[in-house]
Design a protein around this ligand. Sequence first.
Ligand code: G3P
Length: 215
Amino acid sequence: MQIFMDTANIDEIRRGAALGVVDGVTTNPSLLAKEGVEYRDRVLEIASVVDGPISAECISTEFEPLLAEARRIAAWHENVVVKIPMGEVGLQAIHRLSAEGIKINVTLIFSANQALLAAKAGATFVSPFVGRLNDGGQDGMAVIRESVEIFENYDLDTQVLAASIRGARDVTECALAGSHVATIPSAVLFQMMGHPLTDKGIEIFLRDAQKYSAV
Ligand code: G3P
């Protein structure tokens, strides 16, 4: 499974990239707003740290402005994937832009039907929001499983990019569900590395290592 970081914070991205496990980055207007920087500037900084897909989101809601905004964002860097919210205008834009060779991550996906339509329109990635579905008492992981199965049934090239990840267990379940990608908040990624028994084991080894000479 590919691991993306779900953040626009460059320090967190540098820390994650140093682990050698980060394959890409996703951002959105809420994540960027936390940083107080210009979108293009931050995306170019991220591109200098992570050599992989970097999702940057459009906010236009009308067709022609959305096409123009997506083309501007796509031109920022060759690794940029343009994020477009699911909907009728979004599908029209995805259909047009994908034919131009622009990679699209369709965001705010909450059903397998939305994922299927986005894939047929030409999406590179679809982003089902697992956490927000679970927050509402629905089964977010079911949308991941169903989308993966549908794409496999019809040999669709679109990748399922599990988003709105709330904890380390979500990552395990995404991998078990066959999600192509999970985009993981920094806190969850750094939490995944640790385990109390690992810490305890290191403590015991260091204690016992005192009984022989350092190598
Ligand atoms: O990539 C989408 C993700 O950032 C949304 O997460 O926690 O706002 O549902 P959340």
